[in-house]
Write a protein that binds this ligand. Structure first.
Ligand code: PMP
Length: 372
């Protein structure tokens, strides 16, 4: 079986698993307790914030550990909401954890604006500029799209925001970019950045929100005041330590080159097969979505599952019939029905990826024949 749904999740690395056991079984103390064993854990947690900031390429700001990116996104957005006539701006291709929250804010009577994306899969910068103003409180836009792999020009977006909306907080969902693309957060001028461990061989249920100015963020849960009072609840120390171990062992540049090779290999096997790649202007080599016209993508996923595991857009909203990202790019519902996402990991071999592509092609043809 060849696993090609790495944008949905990745297996935990062995070193990260060992680290998790160490902090769960031996160094299990509550970091908020006062005895020396616990204060050592608290110290390690403080160090962990520094380690993560180093990986992100930032010196200022703070790290708030969360249960993953869904929570980090919710915290960044909800925590920025203020009473008054503020406006909240979102791209139309956000992950469900941002998109559904944006719609909830709208239902609550807040002024919410959605910026369209272009056929290239990237946010329309001209349209973004048009909606920004002095009343903009927050702009949320993802770095790498989890369905298409489209890479937004975060620095260019920040520039527009600073010019047109000087009071806005710029939040970036960086889940599909962190540990995958080499970047220095300090060069991107963002105020808040979400990440999730299970996308880079860390454990599930742990992630973080980087925030430039933590004083501006309102807590969403009440409790013991952990994480600077912004995110109460005993920290998931084993998860956090395992997340850092997983991140630190990755050679981001080397893996990116490998992913590029793998994606090219996959695409070359499918050339001339009548399978359309959802093309984006600048794309992450880790992700590719294809339109298998005339068939139901779900049926194909199930036909493939014993040999090749592929996904359908976002695993979090895979059960929904439509796909708002492809819809926003102008694909019709029939095309969306036939969409399948393939996502790579550097641990795969080129041969595995070529074999997988051949199987995908063969099963697609079988399904087309069946439907004739
Ligand atoms: N944002 C993006 C872009 C994602 O791909 C995902 C994971 N599907 C999330 C947010 C949610 O992350 P988590 O699973 O940590 O809640």
């Amino acid at each position: 079986m060849i696993y090609l749904d790495n944008a949905a999740t990745t297996p935990l690395s062995e070193r990260a698993a060992k680290e998790q056991v160490l902090w769960a079984c031996e160094r299990f103390y509550n970091p908020s307790a006062t005895y020396v064993q616990a204060t050592k854990v608290a110290f390690a947690l403080t160090e962990a914030r520094g380690r993560l900031k180093k990986l992100l390429g930032v010196k200022d700001g703070e790290i708030i550990f969360t249960s993953g990116a869904t929570e980090a996104n919710n915290l960044a957005i909800r925590g920025s909401v203020r009473e008054g006539k503020w406006e909240y701006v979102f791209s139309s291709a956000e992950h469900a954890s941002v998109d559904n929250l944006a719609k909830a804010l709208e239902r609550e009577g807040r002024e919410v604006k959605f910026v369209p994306i272009k056929k290239t899969g990237k946010v329309d910068l001209e349209k973004l500029e048009e909606v920004l103003n002095e009343k903009t409180r927050l702009v949320s836009c993802m770095f790498v799209n989890n369905v298409t792999g489209a890479v937004n020009d975060v620095a260019a977006i920040a520039k527009i925001i600073r010019k047109k909306a000087p009071k806005a907080i710029f939040h970036v969902d960086g889940v599909q970019a962190f540990c995958k693309l080499p970047f220095k957060l300090s060069n991107l001028d963002v105020d808040a950045f979400s990440l999730s461990a299970h996308k880079f061989h860390g454990p599930k249920g742990v992630g973080a929100l980087y925030i430039k100015n933590k004083a501006g963020l309102k807590n969403q849960v009440y409790g013991g005041g952990q994480e600077f009072g912004i995110r109460s609840g005993t920290e998931n120390v084993p998860g956090i330590m395992a997340m850092l171990t997983a991140a630190e062992e990755l050679d981001v540049k080397g893996r990116l080159e490998k992913a590029e090779l793998l994606k090219q290999a996959f695409l070359s096997e499918l050339e001339g097969a009548g399978i359309e790649l959802v093309k984006t202007n600048r794309s992450s080599p880790y992700i590719a979505t294809f339109i298998f016209s005339g068939v139901n993508g779900e049926t194909l996923v199930r036909m493939l599952e014993n040999d090749v595991i592929v996904g359908r857009g976002s695993a979090c909203s895979a059960k929904k019939s439509g796909n708002h990202v492809l819809e926003a790019m102008g694909y019709n519902l029939d095309q969306i029905k036939g969409a399948i996402r393939v996502s790579f990991d550097a641990a795969l071999s080129e041969q595995e990826v070529r074999d997988a592509a051949k199987i995908v092609k063969q099963k697609y043809y079988e399904l087309v024949e069946k439907l004739k």
